[in-house]
Design a protein around this ligand. Structure first.
Ligand SMILES: Cc1cc2nc3c(=O)[nH]c(=O)nc-3n(C[C@H](O)[C@H](O)[C@H](O)COP(=O)(O)O)c2cc1C
Length: 181
């Protein structure tokens, strides 16, 4: 076992962690939309339904969401990889023009929602906590939009996008938050 408390070891370790790929979106009162590909997103509590998203402070979402007070976490399917590439800034699209890729509509609170996603969690911002380069967005989930059953999510591991070959989403109990097996 190699124990190294270094930045490099940390990065190597985190590359091994498979993360669900999401697009975190927000919009301002003028209707300007912003979005970023993000894997640093997770469920916080079920009661009340809440999530957190860790977003770079100097990104467009990191600047806008603390002001707009709304954000949506759109969880991508395996075939939405082009959307992930676009919102990661890899195609040269910036700001609102990123929304030309994918089928986007305004969600219940106004933040963009992606059609055909595995799920979309529409949030009211409860709190924004800055930590070093990032801001942690605490979102109270006011609406969850479920995509069709059977969609396998897109993940990111070892610096690459990947599908989840043996995923069979919603084939289990039918209760989205209950254990499978
Ligand atoms: C797979 C993947 C996951 C990412 N996860 C995050 C994340 O959790 N938080 C974040 O701030 N940026 C993350 N990024 C980087 C942003 O998507 C990227 O910097 C984006 O261009 C930010 O938008 P901006 O152009 O407005 O700065 C991720 C990128 C990729 C490819």
């Amino acid at each position: 076992m190699d124990i190294a408390a270094s930045r490099d070891a940390f990065r190597t370790g985190m590359r091994r962690v498979a993360g669900a790929v999401t697009i975190v979106t927000t919009a301002d009162a003028a209707g300007e939309r912003r979005g970023a590909t993000a894997t640093a997103v997770c469920s916080l509590t079920v009661d009340p339904p809440a999530v957190i998203a860790c977003i770079a402070r100097d990104s467009a979402v990191g600047r806008m969401a603390p002001e707009s007070g709304i954000f949506t976490v759109n969880v991508l399917t395996g075939d939405q990889r082009p959307v992930a590439e676009t919102f990661a800034g890899r195609t040269g699209h910036v700001g609102d023009e990123r929304f030309a890729v994918g089928d986007w509509t305004a969600g219940a609170l106004g933040a963009p929602r992606l059609a055909g996603a595995v799920a979309a969690f529409e949030c009211r911002l409860e709190k924004a906590v800055e930590f070093a380069t990032h801001v942690v967005l605490f979102g109270a989930v006011v609406g969850t939009v479920l995509g069709p059953a059977g969609l396998a999510p897109l993940v990111y591991v070892d610096g690459r996008f990947a599908g989840v070959a043996d995923a069979d989403v919603d084939a289990g109990s039918g209760q989205p938050d209950s254990p499978r097996g």
